[in-house]
Design a protein around this ligand. Structure first.
Ligand SMILES: [Zn+2]
Ligand SMILES: [Zn+2]
Length: 144
């Protein structure tokens, strides 16, 4: 079974993911762009049972970016770590930037291109979606 690890910039916090990541997408929504200070956030959803903190959990800070979405980040170095969902405690949103290894699956497309930054051109052939390519339910679950 695939095992992945990841860490924050200052390495105070480390985590482990057991098993396959859900579909990987680049999210161009304004919240992801602001949170990451980047053109987009490359992210996947996993089951919360696949995720565990290895060390440094006491250094986590949390911010509610919307009613049910909680962003966890390192209070020392500010690295963005995971998203959790008050209404979906079985899911965790993971940005791929912190991973130490190459996961088995690849980026499948771009979503929320309707709010893409004007200074960034998508120059690959992956599918693009105006919003989230799923049910409204899954927007609530994983948009951020
Ligand atoms: Zn840190
Ligand atoms: Zn987003």
């Amino acid at each position: 079974m695939q095992k992945l690890t990841g860490k924050c910039l200052c390495e105070a916090i480390e985590y482990e993911i057991a098993g396959e990541l859900g579909p990987i997408f680049n999210c161009h929504c304004s919240k992801c762009r602001r949170w990451h200070g980047a053109a987009f956030r490359t992210r996947a959803t996993i089951k919360s049972s696949q995720f565990k903190w290895l060390k440094g959990e006491e250094h986590l800070s949390r911010y509610h970016s919307s009613e049910n979405n909680v962003k966890s980040f390192c209070s020392i170095c500010g690295s963005n770590l995971i998203s959790t969902y008050d209404d979906r405690p079985d899911k965790v949103g993971i940005p791929l930037g912190g991973l130490d290894q190459n996961p088995n699956n690849k980026v499948e497309g771009h979503f929320f291109v309707g709010s893409k930054s004007p200074w960034y051109e998508i120059d690959d052939d992956l599918p693009q979606y105006e919003a989230f390519p799923g049910s409204e339910d899954s927007v609530m679950e994983t948009a951020e």
